[in-house]
Design a protein around this ligand. Structure first.
Ligand code: PGA
Length: 261
């Protein structure tokens, strides 16, 4: 029997990656905020580059939009040149943090061990992790995607005690080959992997904890046209949007199309 997650909300996460200068982030945040006022919205979380966090936080502070970071270090403040501690993110109003994005796994060699420490640090500081997992094109070609995803989920949560309701964890399934300019994942395949993720979680935690305290989100070439095919609110409860989140009208259409579905 397939276990479904009980989260009733939907989530739209904007990952601006390393694309927006402060001025551009501010403009984008303003446009999204004013567009959202007319929409019955799912929970929207915007993740600008580190340097834009304070300015974007100022703009969205009186709105329902949440502030997310794209990364975090696992230690408390100290001698760690170039890193940002969870406490520092909290100080500027961050509530969510993307951890283990494939671009970090690939470009800066982030390992499952590092990801596990980041998830633990985020939870310790009441930041909601948006934990990214996903197989490469080669892994899918070899047919080992279930094994890869199960392994990533279990390793990233190895030392994490069962989350409480307040700590609600979000797992983002982002097949590496689907990230723009890749091909969007077939929605049925995304749902199949969502069940694999759920099973991996049930191998670690009691079933009721998984059902109540975890949410699964899909990411990879999400557009206004395809978004409703992914979000079924049973297996997949939201989307992580990169490219399409940097065009306010397109991003608002994504939100609108989820609300309408
Ligand atoms: P994309 O990026 O929407 O541009 O495919 C998604 C992501 O990498 O988070």
């Amino acid at each position: 029997m397939t276990v479904k997650l009980s989260d009733k909300k939907t989530y739209v996460v904007a990952n601006w990656k390393m694309n927006t200068l402060i001025e551009e982030s501010v403009k984008l945040a303003e446009d999204i905020k004013s567009g959202l006022e007319t929409l019955t919205s799912p929970e929207v979380i915007v993740c600008p580059p580190y340097l834009s966090l304070i300015s974007v936080g100022e703009i969205i502070k009186d709105s329902s939009i949440k502030l997310g970071a794209q990364n975090v270090f696992w230690e408390d403040p100290g001698n760690y040149t170039g890193e940002i501690a969870p406490e520092m993110l909290k100080e500027v109003g961050v509530t969510h943090v993307i951890i283990g994005h494939s671009e970090r796994r690939q470009n800066v060699g982030e390992t499952d061990e590092m990801i596990d420490k980041k998830v633990a640090a985020a939870i310790r500081h009441q930041l909601t992790p948006l934990l990214c997992v996903g197989e490469t094109a080669e892994e899918r070609r070899q047919g080992v995607q279930h094994m890869v995803i199960t392994d990533q989920v279990k390793k990233a949560l190895r030392y994490i005690p069962p989350p409480t309701k307040r700590q609600h964890l979000k797992i983002c399934y982002e097949p590496v080959w689907s990230i723009y300019p890749g091909q969007p994942c077939d929605p049925d395949q995304a749902k199949e992997i969502a069940t694999v993720i759920t099973q991996a979680l049930i191998d670690i935690y009691p079933q009721n904890v998984v059902q109540e305290n975890f949410t699964i989100i899909y990411g990879g070439s999400v557009t206004p046209e395809n978004v409703a095919n992914y979000v079924d609110r049973e297996y997949i409860h939201g989307v992580l949007v990169g490219t399409a989140s940097r065009e306010p009208k397109t991003f608002l259409n994504i939100i609108n199309n989820i609300s309408a579905s």
